[in-house]
Design a protein around this ligand. Structure first.
Ligand SMILES: [Zn+2]
Length: 694
């Protein structure tokens, strides 16, 4: 697609939205007349050089102004009093706003940290009121308040709203200040009525609930001979536990294959909705997924039922799954009219959250899916399995590194080094020096990090303003930190280092952070992968690295197909907004089969497989799946770059100071090339060579 067309399309969409929104406001007929009068007045006051800014500012304000914001005289007074018509006023306005918003967002973050401490930290019983504090979001109404007191309109009058197309076309010519202004305006690029936000939260809650109760009781699955293959007491949440059980069965040489087959059959029936309603979340019936027969069980691995089931039928679930996805879609659509620069959920996900155009993401996914390396890796997997591939082998996880240290050996090393949480905290400067930071930087970064005992396995929470502490929450047992805890803590430390540098050392507050979540995860995984070296143990051997890369490549190949299913089903819903659940199901089956037939059938020698559609995220996560694939791609690119440095600390500091500019520009300034799958493909090619030479 040509650049011009892209820009034209974006402008067209934007102005169409402006017109549509104005038509809604029947009682705002005055606004265009006011606009034209103000335009003339402002140009005569501030000069021809301000014409473009004046026009843009007026259009932006009008696109969000509602009749209850005020009549023509309120509107005209507002514009005349708040347009910054010269550089001096603009500079003052921008720097004061940036400073005050930093205080606002930063302190809101501090309040949230405090309100959640009782539930997040390991500090005794949680009372009901603690949970209410934890669920309270002090910043939730900032946007609404700022439209009401008109600060949002001041920003929209003076700073540019942009589409992703404009940011990508012009962003490399923008100064840091221009980028910061763009980010400032973006914070107010939507004015979503609270009832619409409410509808979205309700859809999130209801789809979440549906997914979270979708358990299969594995001991009650009967194989073709009527035998139970799975142990008593096994409850598998779809799809995560089903998939992980399938993966674990590669180690079961006796029944593993039969168990994997039966799980695939269960998944098929969930996707095509022939699964009997009664077997979902119910340990009191036995089910043969091959024949679809259901009967009352006489094996009680979850206690006896309160109300014994008498007769059962295999009446299917009847498209509830797709009813849920429709709810997610219908709620998302309600936001569209209030989001002029990204008027679909697809645009909000790709253009705003990821800031990588959908077509580019698709092209990267296809680069993986059509790579000749797939066939080579598939052959190796077949050889390792000693059988032809089955469709469920998209989840093959047998590229394991040789185990050099046992878990108990590692636990011993970590426990003696970190008997207390304080011991770990004190060692952070040394850890950072080992990662390659100078002594001074290591000290400065470490002094910004607070280490606290987590209630869960651990997490990292950055500050919301400069020099607010980043928090590392980790678990240390009574007898010291164990290896698992250390491994997670190093991952979280990676997040804290990123959070600290990209907040404290970035030139503009509005540019703090990294372009999207894939970047912070990449840094965290980079830290985590060096955990053995940090313990003074020998680095993973070349062979371990090769296995890890082949595993990453195969995982990316799998999730790339799932990502395409996720993208295409949202495209289909937007193209068929009035479809019902059964039409949506049919579309899902067609899309899953098409993508399978295009990218997997020749590798697996089977057609029309629907397995890619099993992911629960497709139903309840609003187009989240592509983040996994993008994450693998970005992670390899950053790791590839950092591996060129013997002491990558100072390089990390340099690239983390780039802040949250668009991902491609970030990657170009960091590594010399835009985001692409080349690093992962290159690493896989090298890994294959090494693998074959053994
Ligand atoms: Zn993480």
């Amino acid at each position: 697609m040509s650049k011009l067309y892209y820009m034209f399309k974006n402008y067209l969409v934007f102005f169409l939205m402006v017109i549509i929104m104005n038509l809604h406001a029947q009682d705002m007929n005055w606004i265009n007349e006011s606009r034209n009068r103000l335009e003339k007045e402002l140009i005569s006051k501030y000069g021809e050089s301000q014409r473009a800014r004046i026009q843009r500012g007026l259009d932006q304000v009008i696109s969000f102004w509602r009749s209850d914001d005020g009549d023509s005289s309120v509107f005209e007074d507002f514009v005349m009093n708040n347009f910054a018509g010269n550089n001096e006023t603009m500079d003052a306005m921008f720097s004061r706003m940036e400073n005050l918003l930093e205080k606002l967002y930063g302190h809101m973050n501090e309040i949230k940290v405090e309100f959640r401490k009782q539930v997040d930290l390991d500090r005794g019983p949680i009372f009901t009121f603690d949970e209410i504090f934890a669920g309270y979001s002090p910043g939730a109404h900032i946007s609404e308040d700022f439209f009401r007191n008109k600060l949002a309109f001041v920003i929209l009058l003076n700073f540019p709203l942009t589409t992703l197309g404009e940011r990508l076309d012009n962003g490399d010519k923008w100064s840091r200040r221009q980028w910061a202004e763009v980010r400032l305006a973006q914070r107010f690029s939507k004015r979503i009525p609270s009832e619409v936000n409410q509808a979205v939260s309700e859809a999130e809650a209801i789809t979440d609930q549906y997914i979270s109760e979708y358990n299969i009781y594995a001991h009650h699955l009967l194989d073709e001979n009527g035998d139970r293959l799975f142990p008593a007491g096994m409850k598998l949440l779809s799809h995560w536990n089903l998939r992980d059980e399938l993966k674990a069965n590669y180690l079961d040489k006796k029944d593993g294959f039969a168990k994997q087959k039966i799980i695939q059959k269960v998944m098929d029936r969930i996707i095509d909705q022939t699964i009997p309603q009664i077997v979902i979340n119910n340990p009191y019936v036995d089910w043969n997924p091959y024949t679809n027969e259901v009967k009352v069980t006489d094996v009680y691995d979850f206690g006896e039922p309160k109300n014994p089931i008498k007769d059962v039928s295999n009446i299917p679930e009847s498209d509830n799954r797709y009813e849920m996805l429709l709810k997610a879609f219908q709620a998302s659509r309600k936001v569209d009219p209030y989001s002029p620069t990204a008027p679909t959920l697809i645009a909000r996900k790709f253009d705003e959250e990821r800031e990588i155009p959908k077509e580019r993401v698709k092209a990267m996914l296809e680069a993986i899916l059509t790579s000749p390396l797939v066939k080579e890796v598939a052959r190796i997997i077949e050889a390792r399995l000693g059988r032809p591939l089955e469709p469920f082998d998209i989840w093959y996880n047998g590229f394991r590194s040789s185990v050099k240290y046992s878990e108990s050996e590692l636990n011993k090393v970590v426990k003696s080094r970190y008997p207390t949480i304080e011991a770990f905290k004190e060692d952070i400067p040394n850890i950072l020096v080992k990662i390659g930071f100078s002594k001074e930087s290591a000290q400065a970064i470490a002094s910004n990090i607070v280490v606290e005992p987590a209630r869960g396995s651990g997490h990292a929470w950055g500050g919301g303003m400069r020099f607010a502490k980043a928090r590392l929450r980790t678990r240390v047992g009574k007898d010291g930190m164990d290896y698992k805890g250390f491994n997670i803590a190093i991952h979280e430390l990676g997040h804290n280092v990123e959070q600290t540098i990209s907040m404290n050392e970035v030139d503009h507050y509005m540019l703090n952070g990294v372009p999207n979540t894939a970047f912070t995860e990449a840094i965290a995984f980079y830290f985590q992968s060096r955990d053995l070296e940090l313990l003074g143990l020998s680095k993973p051997a070349e062979e371990d690295r090769v296995m890890k890369i082949l595993n990453d490549f195969w995982m990316t190949y799998e999730i790339a197909g799932v990502s395409l299913v996720d993208i295409e089903i949202w495209e289909w819903m937007y193209a068929h907004p009035n479809a019902n659940a059964s039409e949506l199901k049919q579309a899902m089956l067609n899309i899953a089969k098409d993508i399978w037939n295009k990218y997997y059938a020749s590798i697996f020698k089977q057609v029309d497989v629907i397995l890619l559609a099993i992911y629960s995220h497709i139903i309840h996560s609003f187009l989240y799946i592509p983040d996994y694939a993008i994450g693998h791609i970005i992670s390899h690119q950053i790791e590839d770059h950092l591996s060129k440095f013997k002491h990558p600390g100072s390089e990390l500091e340099r690239i983390l100071k780039l802040g949250c500019i668009a991902p491609d520009f970030w990657m170009k300034l960091a590594t010399g090339s835009p985001i692409s799958a080349d690093a992962l493909l290159g690493a896989t090619e090298r890994a294959l060579k090494t693998y074959k030479s053994k």
